[in-house]
Design a binder for this molecule. Structure first.
Ligand code: SG7
Ligand code: ZN
Length: 295
């Protein structure tokens, strides 16, 4: 019962403004994302460097990329016995183990980030979801304000392609339909997806929620100031051939056809809908503050 949640790009009748009808938490006072208004940031000197464990080596085994119907998600859970990918420090109250990463993106005419900076939305946002090691299950962690820690990373369109994203973008064409998954050809160093290492000490911090139902207010958010560069063609890897003005086999090179993919939302009507604009708009900050690690 309760029906399904969706984004406005699928059907405004089940979009973000209706989520609180499905889950009351989505109408709570500590919801995410938020607009980060740089005029009102509060400097917090205790927000030191985040300690990244396992971010600098490619783990053995395979990583699975899934179209879960709302986003493209890469599961990061290690095999039993393997070293965990984890974060700590940076003002986090403990150690947090990486669960998965996923993306929010727009269309060619709309930006797709969830957090905004001074009211500006960026083209895309990466989230790496971590669970406090003191909780055994996601369900348990969701019941605590410091149960989860998500790292958020903005993208900006750059001239040069970012080859660190080739493995993920290359997997997209195999998960065109909701529910499809693919084992990526290789794992890679997770750290290569983040902004330049010298910029990682510059971040925003606030207490918030998951940005999808059930919108649990269990997330310590860290949003890096510095965006990651990604080429226009790579962003279009998420958007598919039509977005590139693709006109069929004669119109474009085979190389481009192979590169470009189309990820779809679940089919509800006749034609499956391209997955785009899968972001929740900024939520009221209310009595919260956004802290910054640096001036
Ligand atoms: C996406 O965002 C998925 C969800 C995720 C949700 O819909 O990646 O992942 C799963 C496993 O359902 O929810 C609990 C969780 O990670 C919200 O995550 S977010 O707040 O970082 N956007
Ligand atoms: Zn997310």
């Amino acid at each position: 019962a309760g029906g399904q949640w969706c984004y406005d790009s699928q059907d405004p009748k089940c979009g973000p403004s209706h989520w609180k009808e499905l889950k009351a938490t989505c109408g709570g006072d500590k919801q995410s994302p938020v607009n980060i208004d740089r005029r009102w940031l509060q400097r917090d000197g205790s927000l030191g460097d985040i300690i990244f464990e396992g971010y600098d080596q490619a783990p053995p085994g395979k990583w699975r990329l899934l179209n879960d119907g709302h986003t493209v998600m890469l599961s990061l859970e290690s095999e039993p016995g393997a070293e965990h990918i984890a974060i700590s420090g940076g003002g986090l109250p403990g150690r947090y183990r990486a669960l998965q990463l996923h993306f929010h993106w727009g269309s060619l005419s709309t930006n797709g980030s969830e957090h905004t900076v001074d009211g500006q939305q960026l083209p895309m946002e990466l989230h790496i979801v971590h669970i406090n090691v003191k909780y055994r299950t996601l369900g348990e962690a969701k019941g605590h304000p410091s149960g989860l820690a998500v790292l958020g990373c903005f993208f900006q369109v750059s001239e040069a392609p970012n080859s660190n994203y080739n493995t993920i973008i290359g997997g997209l064409r195999n998960i065109s339909h909701a529910g499809q998954a693919v084992d990526l050809a290789s794992t890679f160093r997770l750290g290569t997806l983040l902004p330049h290492v010298a910029q990682l000490s510059r971040y925003y911090r606030y207490q918030g929620s998951l940005t999808t139902p059930d919108c649990s207010e269990a997330v310590i958010w860290t949003v890096f100031e510095e965006p990651v560069g990604i080429s226009r063609e790579q962003v279009m890897g998420f958007l598919g051939p039509a977005a590139m003005g693709w006109k069929g086999p004669s119109g474009q090179s085979r190389a481009l056809q192979a590169f470009v993919s189309t990820v779809h939302f679940p089919a509800s009507g006749a034609a499956p809908l391209k997955m785009t604009n899968n972001f929740r708009p900024p939520q009221p900050l209310r009595s919260r503050k956004v802290f910054s690690s640096r001036d």
